[in-house]
Design a binder for this molecule. Structure first.
Ligand SMILES: *Cc1c(COP(=O)(O)O)cnc(C)c1O
Length: 424
């Protein structure tokens, strides 16, 4: 597509956008009486205007019915979580028995590692990306130490090559081959939080399986963002949070995928709770855990309904918009953003902004990470003052993520003209 750095062009693009009405479904933070340019949907997605109704419904039912709401609420709480697999399976590409909504992300990462990281003297390594999200690093490190191994030796980080920002897929595959005999688990982010690189999940999974290791992914920055086919790619397990691209509110309830071949295996080790117990006999309250033979068998506690109501409000919007249309708009928006950034560099005649996110459209999602070669902090502060909400990462990276549900081409164009002025 031929892009132009002109407001009229951006507005025309918005008029032609089949998803343009969806912006009105969200509260857009304000700055000086105008909509902010909100580019941090990768950190905390905006609130749908319907969320309060969904949550209020549960508050009302609780007020009216008390404990009877478990069975009699408009959306009965006992099976409340069962409404999610249908919608989520479309977002992450899996079967309905492979997905469950529960807990929060790091908690789920630990629970999944209990099942899928069972190191032995011969096989104890975890292969992951360098600069994994800190919470994930702490989970890896403490899991390894918990099993009595040395994190410094057991955790193998794959780095970008000297002078490069992106981790080459061939380097990931060769690290898996090299450490194959001693690797228990390959565990990557789907999309790296820092540089926005979308890894090739399928080839990483294949390589892990060839050496006899499990392959799992943290999809915090991938779910609701990039195309996913977890089941077809034969991924063993994955987890994600719901408050980034999935717009389900701060600290919202998280999601887990477990490949059917593992989910049906009720003998697979796990840390159990009563909500993972076979439904027919759960309330006999007897000794001896019997797992539900689906991803639900990993649930511990009864469902956090208020948080789930917010999740439901958002997923209903995803359903209406449809993933296909969202992916299409996402590609155009981020292509336009890259065009605008290149334009800013050209205007100054030097490279002030180095894009460290892959240019290849298959290796990224919404997010573009800009390594600032000069005046990074000043430009970031200037953006904030003018109503652009972006994200600053030390020492000099600005992350921006135009998301297809509520960002517009006009947002991207405005962002560009503010950056341009700030560089001058
Ligand atoms: C956002 C994010 C987290 C946050 O974890 P919580 O348990 O939800 O606080 C963890 N891992 C990754 C990769 C993330 O992007």
């Amino acid at each position: 597509m031929e892009f132009q750095n002109k407001l009229e062009f951006a507005r025309t693009m918005d008029q032609k956008d089949p998803l343009r009405e969806f912006r009105n479904r969200f509260y857009i933070p304000q700055h000086g009486g105008q909509d902010c340019v909100y580019f941090t949907g990768n950190s905390l997605g905006l609130q749908p205007k319907t969320t309060s109704q969904y949550v209020q419904q549960e508050l009302d039912d609780w007020a009216k019915m008390g404990v009877k709401g478990h069975f009699n609420a408009t959306n009965p709480w006992m099976p409340y979580h069962e409404i999610f697999p249908k919608q989520l399976s479309k977002i992450i590409g899996c079967k309905e028995n492979e997905v469950v909504v529960m807990n929060s992300l790091t908690v789920n990462l630990h629970l999944l590692m209990v099942s899928f990281y069972r190191p032995t003297k011969a096989r104890y390594k975890i292969i992951c990306e360098a600069k994994a999200f800190p919470s994930d690093q702490y989970a890896f490190e403490t899991q390894v130490a918990y099993h009595g191994y040395d994190p410094a030796e057991a955790i193998v980080e794959v780095n970008p090559r000297e002078g490069e920002q992106i981790i080459r897929n061939e380097d990931i595959i060769s690290a898996i081959k090299q450490h194959g005999n001693s690797t228990a688990l390959v565990l990557f982010g789907g999309v790296n939080y820092y540089n926005g690189q979308y890894f090739d999940l399928e080839s990483i999974t294949n390589a892990a399986h060839v050496v006899g290791a499990y392959a799992g992914f943290d999809l915090a920055h991938a779910a609701g963002n990039v195309e996913l086919n977890l089941h077809d790619w034969d991924i063993d397990f994955a987890c994600w949070c719901s408050y980034k691209y999935l717009n389900s509110g701060p600290g919202g309830v998280a999601g887990v995928y477990i490949n059917e071949k593992h989910a049906v295996d009720t003998t697979l080790p796990r840390f159990a709770g009563w909500w993972g117990y076979t439904k027919g006999t759960r309330f006999k309250m007897e000794k001896g855990f019997e797992a539900i033979p689906t991803a639900e068998g990993w649930q511990l506690s009864n469902a956090p309904i208020l948080s789930m109501a917010a999740h439901k409000a958002s997923l209903d919007i995803f359903d209406e918009a449809g993933m296909k249309r969202l992916h299409e708009k996402r590609r155009h928006l981020s292509d336009y953003l890259l065009f605008i950034i290149d334009y800013c560099n050209e205007q100054t005649g030097e490279k002030i902004i180095d894009v460290i996110t892959p240019r290849n459209e298959k290796e990224r999602g919404c997010q573009v990470s800009m390594l600032m070669m000069k005046k990074g902090r000043d430009i970031f502060d200037g953006l904030t003052k003018q109503g652009v909400i972006a994200d600053w990462r030390e020492p000099n990276v600005i992350r921006v993520a135009p998301v297809p549900l509520y960002n517009s081409f006009e947002d991207v164009c405005k962002f560009g003209s503010i950056v341009n002025r700030l560089i001058d």
